[in-house]
Design a protein around this ligand. Structure first.
Ligand code: NAP
Length: 294
């Protein structure tokens, strides 16, 4: 599909997600002009060197001027300030969307700064790796992954359709959810697993030196998979936990209760309890493979 949806797209943040979108738009919508914004000259130089954008600037207000679509793709803690800086430079009819991993906090931070006549379509392409920066991106990142859009009561259907069209163009399946539901689902499927990975790898790191070196040598036993997740960007994940506090704490509470139950089963030697639990969880893996999300 190479329908031309937007003449000019401003990407605020050109890291893993922003640069992957730039690459994918280059492929699927070559007429679209892309302007990238980031704070550091080195980031912008990388985007130019990679030839994935047409223009670069460190000024968000300049980036969004004349843009038909603005995509916020920085860590969450920068959203409020960026929204405040771009508000008065957005052209009437412009659409603002984002890629943030938490949605209620983004709506809280961004919406008040957008003038009437500008459409806001919060979104979350659920696709990523543990790498960051413009070099880490690739056009196929979004292929066959889900993108969740959050339609707000005052968002026009045309704006939602265009943002949906863009994500479909780069290979995503798009679904709609409300922000609260999104944040709960992602707390379970993404945020809690990251918290567990950060914890396990941290626990291993605190072991005495001789034990630690063997943990690294024999990491293929399961630990290695956690180290990949725990290598994810610290700033991005700090922001996710601070901005999805309630949902994460709720899932963490449930997890702690289940962990305590397993701890008790191990202590009491309850073989049936352990086997029944592990059999049920195996079925989840099968359904993920069947849904082609493995
Ligand atoms: P990243 O690779 O670290 O890139 C962040 C980009 O934002 C960099 O280009 C950075 O460049 C720029 N930036 C940071 N602060 C800025 C500011 N105040 N003004 C302008 N630009 C700024 O991050 P990412 O992985 O692409 O994540 C971006 C967003 O996507 C996050 O909100 C995250 O929640 C969401 N997300 C991530 C994943 C994932 O797996 N990584 C998946 C789905 C959604 P400078 O440092 O030069 O400013």
């Amino acid at each position: 599909m190479s329908e031309h949806l937007f003449d000019r797209v401003a990407l605020i943040g050109i890291g893993l997600i922003g640069s992957s979108l730039a690459r994918a738009l280059r492929q699927h919508s070559p007429q679209t002009r892309i302007v990238a914004c980031a704070r550091r000259a080195a980031t912008l130089a990388a985007a130019r060197r990679l030839a994935i954008v047409d223009e670069t600037t460190d000024d968000p207000a300049a980036a969004v001027r004349d843009a038909d679509l603005v995509v916020l793709a920085t860590p969450l803690s920068a959203y409020a300030e960026i929204a405040a800086r771009i508000g008065s430079s957005l052209k009437p009819g412009a659409i603002v969307t984002d890629v943030g991993s938490v949605k209620e906090a983004v709506i809280r931070d961004v919406r008040p700064h957008l003038p009437p006549g500008v459409e806001f379509v919060p979104g979350h392409p659920v696709a990523g790796t543990e790498h960051s920066g413009p070099e880490a991106g690739f056009a196929e990142l979004f292929r066959d992954r889900w993108c969740i859009l959050i339609p707000l009561p005052d968002t026009g259907p045309d704006a939602i359709a265009k943002v949906r069209g863009m994500w479909e163009q780069v290979g995503m399946r798009v679904t709609m959810m409300d922000a609260d539901h999104h944040d709960k689902v992602l707390a379970m499927t993404s945020h809690l697993p990251h918290l567990i990975a950060y914890t396990i790898v941290g626990t291993a790191n605190d072991l005495e030196d001789d034990l630690k070196s063997e943990v690294i040598a024999f990491s293929a036993g399961g630990f290695r998979d956690f180290t990949r997740i725990a290598a994810s960007d610290p700033v991005m994940w700090r922001d996710i936990f601070l901005n999805n506090r309630e949902a994460v704490l709720e899932m963490l509470q449930r997890f702690s209760e289940d962990l305590t139950a397993l701890q008790r089963a191990i202590r009491r030697g309850e073989a049936d309890t352990l086997q029944a639990r592990f059999t049920r969880t195996r079925a989840i893996r099968r359904s993920i493979i069947e849904a082609k999300q493995a």
